[in-house]
Design a protein around this ligand. Structure first.
Ligand code: FE
Ligand code: FE
Ligand code: ZN
Length: 278
């Protein structure tokens, strides 16, 4: 059975069952959602009945692993201690809540070192992961590859490797590759996808690669801008993005669209990418 597992970001404001229904409506069999308001704040209460209804849908439609997204204000390597404390508490609370839907992924932006330097950022991110990750938790935490905008940490495979190397509970750690971000970070997935995959394998190890954010980019390779475009409307293009979904080392992964779209726009992108998946 070789099928493309693909979906998009879905609003979590109406709960799990509603997300499952939206995914089915879009022809998706995975999706991403923010665990709380992307700008932070308190998470909504989880209703076990709602989760049960969601699980029925996920089973009936054979969903793959879903990819929760941490709020992007969370900065695990902030210079201020109270901000790092907030990141740690948010991640811990989110992972406790993920236990309602065990066996899935929780993706986060490693952080911005805000002038402290990448080396200090890497240490601080690993410190928080070591404080939070527990072997008994049934969620794998994914570091997202970043575009390198501002002082973002995780702009290269090497930086992610350095974080992973400092974490004890590595079996609960993985990487989510964002196509817009790696392109903006200077990895040529248009002309040398094989080379980029090989480099990922050499530096990090393909065993860590658990999910892909599939986005086109408004900007040229190496621009470090992080502006997502619709599939086929950016500088990466439909052919190259479709080749990412078909790559032998990637095709089994869950793919999540974070393109500027509404539900029907994502449904159309999913349809096109499924047609190209041969
Ligand atoms: Fe992200
Ligand atoms: Fe992303
Ligand atoms: Zn982005």
């Amino acid at each position: 059975m070789d099928q493309l597992t693909i979906g998009s970001h879905i609003s979590s404001s109406k709960g799990y069952e509603a997300m499952g229904k939206t995914a089915v409506y879009m022809g998706a069999d995975t999706f991403a959602f923010f665990t709380r308001n992307p700008r932070g704040g308190k998470a909504k209460e989880i209703k076990p009945e709602d989760v049960e209804k969601y699980k029925k849908i996920a089973k009936e439609y054979q969903f793959g692993k879903i990819v929760a997204h941490a709020p992007y204000t969370m900065n695990a390597c902030a210079a201020k201690e109270d901000l790092r404390e907030f990141a740690k508490n948010t991640m811990r609370d989110d992972l406790e809540r993920m236990e309602y839907i065990p066996g899935n992924y929780y993706n986060f932006h490693p952080g911005s070192h805000v002038g402290q330097g990448a080396a200090v950022g890497i240490e601080k991110i690993a410190e928080i992961l070591n404080a939070v990750l527990k072997p008994e938790w049934d969620t794998t935490v994914l570091l997202e590859t970043m575009a390198g905008k501002g002082t973002e940490v995780g702009r290269s495979f090497e930086e992610l490797r350095e974080i992973i190397d400092r974490v004890d509970c590595r079996e609960k750690l993985g990487v989510c590759l964002d196509t817009c971000h790696v392109w903006d970070g200077g990895y040529d997935i248009v002309h040398d996808l094989d080379g980029v995959v090989q480099e990922f394998d050499q530096v990090i190890g393909l065993g860590y690669l658990k999910a892909v954010h599939l986005n086109d980019s408004m900007n040229p390779m190496g621009s470090h801008k992080d502006r997502h475009a619709k599939i086929g409307e950016g500088q990466i293009g439909l052919e190259a993005l479709s080749a990412v979904t078909r790559h032998p080392a990637l095709r089994h992964l869950p793919f999540v669209l974070e393109t500027p779209n509404d539900v029907d726009g994502w449904a159309a992108e999913i349809r096109v990418l499924r047609e190209h998946f041969v």
